[in-house]
Design a protein around this ligand. Structure first.
Ligand SMILES: Cc1cc2nc3c(=O)[nH]c(=O)nc-3n(C[C@H](O)[C@H](O)[C@H](O)COP(=O)(O)O)c2cc1C
Length: 418
């Protein structure tokens, strides 16, 4: 039986360890985490989700405060259509994050940025174009198009000088989505450099309906590979979702995958951006504690730990400060749900909103604990400490476990002394 290290991912002239750490917004896949993957010869992702917030936290800008000040007059208004992002600031925030990350890069691996189309930001095309262009300007190695069909995304950057040399890939959950993307992008005469096939066990938003459990990653991967063969297209295919051990990964590589994308195992790495208390919740979670629900205002089902503090929390929409999910008409499903509850309970000091969540605020505050289905196995990847908590892991330990382990084994970290 082969192990992951027997394989290499080829992207153009680059030869990489075939392990990609998936993008996790909002700054859950930090620069530190992505840089470890690159240092170890693989691919790491940063994310541009809520990039203005990330910029304020890490680079001492004041984008959020100043946007709120500008739109404060609108806070009590149900109509958020006037709340727009300043494209210059968006560009600056993206550039700061990408430049600071790339300046620290070591090793032979690569760092990509995860760009979600569903962050529609009250001007979908304009904001996505700025985000992608600024990342390319700032020297990102590649872009992974996520959370959306991205039918026009290549077109938005086709005039960028790096359009043909940067590595550009897309995440799909079906052959159909891939076919649509290729058809609509054909005009740009550019194929994706890689295709991440994300199955139903992944974390974050799912590219499936609530019938997700009827789908199976290996089947979709085989369908995508068969389609590419029929079309005589030679594009690396990278399965994602529920690949928990090095052996799981090696099985996909033996079946013809070019690499694997993994995330859940790294949510409990010291380099991961989740607060330590949240990491302990991920360790502790049992299978029954994990659900796929429809409270994300994006309309996509999302997987999370049921006890996430953000679920049911009826805070006032924060679009003047954030507003990342406002659609092209300045609407967000949470605003409607919130207003409905306020109208039903006019006397309440605070309402509960169960059907949708203010995802911007809660992801920013790490109060929606999105996770992969196999999160309940994380406790088996480390040591339980004397005080009942679980020992944090290093990204390097997890990466190397994927790279070198065999026979479904998971290497535990050295026990912390003292
Ligand atoms: C905490 C968490 C946050 C995630 N956030 C994003 C995201 O912002 N964008 C995205 O495209 N995928 C996101 N994902 C999906 C991962 O990038 C990855 O494809 C998937 O989770 C791989 O499956 P695994 O977690 O079972 O290894 C997230 C996953 C997790 C666990």
């Amino acid at each position: 039986m082969k192990r992951v290290d027997d394989f290499r991912l080829r992207l153009g002239k680059h030869e990489l360890v075939p392990i990609m750490i998936g993008g996790m917004g909002v700054d859950i896949s930090t620069a530190d985490l992505a840089l470890e993957a690159a240092r170890l010869g693989g691919v790491g992702h940063i994310s541009d989700a809520m990039i203005n917030t990330v910029s304020d936290r890490r680079y001492e800008t004041k984008h959020v405060k100043e946007k709120l000040a500008l739109y404060k007059y609108n806070v009590l208004n149900e109509d958020k259509s006037s709340v727009k992002f300043n494209l210059g600031r968006l560009e600056e925030a993206t550039r700061l994050h990408v430049e600071a990350t790339m300046a620290r890069k070591q090793g032979s691996g690569m760092v990509f940025i995860n760009c979600m189309e569903k962050l529609t930001m009250n001007a979908p095309r304009e904001t996505l174009k700025v985000r992608m262009s600024a990342a390319l300007d700032a020297g990102i190695d590649g872009i992974t198009l996520a959370a959306g069909l991205h039918l026009g995304s290549f077109g938005l950057i086709e005039d960028h000088p790096r359009f043909r040399d940067a590595k550009l890939g897309i995440i799909v959950s079906s052959v159909r989505a891939l076919q649509l993307f290729l058809k609509k992008s054909a005009r740009t005469n550019r194929l994706p450099d890689f295709i991440v096939v994300e199955g139903p066990l992944a974390g974050g938003h799912l590219g499936f309906g609530m019938d997700w459990a009827q789908y199976d990653l290996a089947t979709i991967v085989a369908e995508v590979m068969q389609f590419l063969k029929t079309e005589q297209l030679d594009i690396p295919v990278i399965p994602a979702g529920g690949i928990f051990t090095g052996t799981d990964a090696a099985q996909f590589l033996e079946a013809g995958a070019a690499a694997v994308q993994v995330a859940t195992r790294f949510t409990v790495a010291s380099e991961c951006g989740l607060p330590d208390e949240a990491k302990q919740e991920y360790f502790k979670a049992s299978e029954d504690d994990i659900e796929v629900n429809q409270i994300s205002p994006t309309g996509y089902p999302m997987r999370m730990i049921k006890s996430s503090p953000g679920i049911g929390d009826g805070i006032r929409p924060n679009c003047e400060a954030y507003g990342y999910l406002l659609d092209a008409n300045g609407k967000c499903a949470y605003i409607s749900s919130y207003n409905r509850e306020v109208a039903l309970h006019p006397e309440a000091r605070k309402v509960k909103v169960m059907d949708k969540t203010c995802l911007c605020t809660h992801m920013r505050n790490f109060e929606i604990w999105t996770c992969g289905q196999l999160t309940y196995r994380l406790k088996d990847t480390t040591n339980k400490l004397g005080d009942g908590s679980y020992q944090m892991l290093s990204a390097e330990h997890i990466f190397k476990d994927y790279q070198f382990s065999t026979e479904q084994k998971i290497a535990l970290p050295e026990i912390l002394q003292g």
